[in-house]
Ligand binder design. Structure first.
Ligand code: DX5
Ligand code: ZN
Length: 218
């Protein structure tokens, strides 16, 4: 479970992370540059400051142009996982190697319009495939159920590669959608508004996790 703080109260980011820290595995940090997506959030200095204040690992989702140039700094700042978008990268294989060398898990994200074949040749270089289940840029959008076959394809590619590759879903994940994603093969779940708009965000993380577990228990 990787709750996204995008729709939390960003004026007190560390306190918002603390609300879920004992329930989540990662905290999902959405980095947007007003260029790759039409929204702007925060960058390395904020991630670096936040990491000094929190105990939970950071899962940085970079929705930025030219990740080849900018992404390694997030790994160097201490992010445990750094995901960039395949649509934006010039040399994704080399970037994955750079991220791993800097101590992070390397993730590659796919916008809804990008087919799974974009990562087929890169499977040995990456640790996680992110299937976007909304158009990246904003929280609170509706889950795109037509992405379910792509989640299945990502899981099949991961299994065929034989290494421990995780499949993450991001966008519109809530109590009505998480089970379908888990059944299709996702094992890392980003949830923004469903968690932070809940009265008790920590309890919602637990509830979502339980639903995902039930959906994958034979
Ligand atoms: C959107 C971001 C998401 C966002 C998800 O581009 O990548 O991480 O926070 O928000 P919800 O869960 O509200 O769809
Ligand atoms: Zn995200």
């Amino acid at each position: 479970m990787s709750p996204s703080v995008l729709n939390s109260d960003l004026s007190c980011l560390a306190a918002e992370v603390d609300r879920v820290a004992n329930h989540a595995d990662w905290i999902h940090l959405d980095i947007m540059d007003n260029h790759f997506v039409p929204n702007l959030t925060f960058g390395v200095p904020v991630v670096e400051s936040l990491l000094k204040r929190i105990s939970i690992p950071a899962d940085c989702h970079l929705m930025i142009s030219d990740p080849d140039r900018w992404a390694p700094a997030y790994a160097e700042a201490g992010a445990s996982s750094v995901t960039f978008h395949i649509e934006a990268a010039a040399n994704p294989g080399r970037l994955c190697r750079d991220l791993r060398a800097a101590g992070a898990r390397a993730g590659i994200g796919l916008k809804p319009g990008t087919g799974i074949s974009a990562v087929a040749e890169l499977m040995t270089e990456l640790d996680m495939i992110l299937i976007m289940t909304v158009e990246p840029g904003f929280g609170g959008q509706s889950f795109m159920s037509d992405m379910l076959p792509k989640i299945e394809q990502a899981r099949a590619l991961a299994e065929a590669t034989g290494t421990d590759i995780w499949v993450q879903v991001d966008g519109g994940i809530d109590i009505s959608t998480i089970e379908r994603c888990a059944s299709a093969g996702a094992n890392v779940f980003v949830a923004g508004s469903s968690v932070y708009l809940a009265q008790d965000p920590g309890a919602m993380v637990d509830r979502l996790r339980a639903l995902a577990m039930v959906a994958t228990t034979p």
